[in-house]
Design a binder for this molecule. Structure first.
Ligand SMILES: Nc1ncnc2c1ncn2[C@@H]1O[C@H](COP(=O)(O)OP(=O)(O)OP(=O)(O)O)[C@@H](O)[C@H]1O
Ligand SMILES: [Mg+2]
Length: 361
């Protein structure tokens, strides 16, 4: 039966510096939760606290409803993959993988079977007789992941385990890992600064900035309804268009103006905006296109640059007043650099943020 992990009101100070600020995260049995945020936001510190490698200044670690703050990693039953993979240099890959099982006195035949399974999974079967120094960074990291997942644990903590893999392998291993964790049903806390990894792998994401939780939720929920401007800009690629704008009215109907954009607002958004005059307008690139949406409004612009992604392309639009806006087109849309004309905005997908607090309205 998988475990629950609760980080309860964790604060961590290093001297005067607050690295983690009153963070509460609840992970349900078997759930894959990802801490995501820019470098220095406190991800590793939180993971180290969960793993008992670091003591919180205040707050508690609760596993299966029991306060484990005073217990060590082994007593907590936690497995961890470190940001800098820590393999035993004098042991072969096979011995490194089998180490956690040998410590537990698992029978030899069973160890051999599970080592082979882990090696297949991480595609390191051909490296079993090598020592860590004979491996590339990515290969070492795969051994470290294999060693963490080989033994049943209450909770598995992974600190940027894919960061040393090349792009193609990273995408393959991330899908494999997701399948593996789903199959094992292990409660997992994963750390990455890569929002696409967080989006694709997680049941739930926790977005951190400056040691504080900005938002928690299912990846698509966070993508669709970012809680503030930071989350809106951090989650999703390309970045959401975020434009300073003013609330106005067009013949008595509520509208928002931002540079060349003049968009009618739904009754719901107009009500949320209230009496504000300044706001920040947020529109994702996929909601800006050269073909109209069901409920759309248009502006004129020129395509200044096209970034081809293969199946789609990111359009860099320039408006007459010099504003820059990102849009997205499918491969065969037929427009390219130098094109100018009407560009459409999906009004159903427009977000508004408070210009002072940056919170979503
Ligand atoms: N032992 C320490 N003493 C003082 N400051 C520390 C210590 N450990 C971490 N910090 C600071 O705490 C903050 C959070 O560090 P942490 O390693 O948790 O960040 P991170 O989110 O894992 O970043 P990265 O993505 O770069 O790995 C950073 O500003 C870091 O400099
Ligand atoms: Mg880190």
């Amino acid at each position: 039966m998988a475990s629950t992990l609760r980080l309860e009101r964790i604060t961590k100070r290093f001297g005067d510096f607050v690295a983690v600020d009153d963070v509460t995260v609840d992970i349900a049995p078997g759930e894959f939760t990802t801490l995501v945020g820019p470098s220095g936001c406190g991800k590793t510190t939180l993971l180290n606290i969960a793993a008992a490698l670091e003591r919180p200044s205040t707050g508690s670690i609760v596993i299966d409803g029991r306060d484990m703050t005073e217990f060590n990693a082994r007593e907590r039953g936690i497995a961890m993959v470190f940001q800098s993979y820590a393999l035993y240099p004098h042991l072969t890959v096979r011995q490194n993988l089998g180490f956690p099982l040998r410590v537990q006195k698992v029978p030899k035949a069973e160890i051999a079977r599970r080592v082979n399974e882990a090696a297949d999974l991480m595609e390191i079967g051909h490296l079993l007789n090598r020592k860590p120094r004979e491996l590339s960074g990515g290969q070492r990291q795969r051994v470290a992941i294999g060693r963490a997942v080989i033994r049943p644990s209450t909770v598995c903590l992974l600190d940027e385990p894919l960061s040393n893999l090349d792009a193609a392998l990273r995408v393959r291993v991330r899908a494999e890992l997701k399948l593996l964790f789903a199959r094992m049903g292990t409660t997992t806390m994963f750390v990455t600064h890569d929002q696409s990894e967080a989006m694709t792998m997680s049941d739930r994401v926790v977005v951190l900035k400056d040691g504080k939780v900005q938002q928690q939720g299912a990846p698509l929920e966070v993508y669709r309804n970012p809680a503030n401007v930071f989350v809106a800009s951090f989650i999703g690629s390309p970045q959401m268009n975020l434009l300073p704008g003013q609330l106005a009215s067009d013949d008595g109907r509520p509208a928002v103006k931002a540079g060349a954009l003049d968009l009618g607002l739904s009754a719901g958004l107009a009500a949320a905006a209230g009496a504000r005059s300044e706001i920040i307008l947020g529109i994702r690139a996929e909601d800006i296109a050269t073909t109209p949406f069901a409920n759309s409004s248009k502006f004129s612009a020129r395509i200044e640059l096209v970034e081809h992604l293969g199946n789609s392309a990111i359009m860099h639009y320039r408006t007459a007043d010099g504003g820059r806006i990102l849009g997205m087109e499918m491969r065969d849309s037929g427009v390219g650099t130098g094109w100018s004309g009407d560009v459409h905005v999906n009004l159903d997908a427009v977000k508004l943020f408070d210009s002072k607090t940056t919170a979503a309205l």
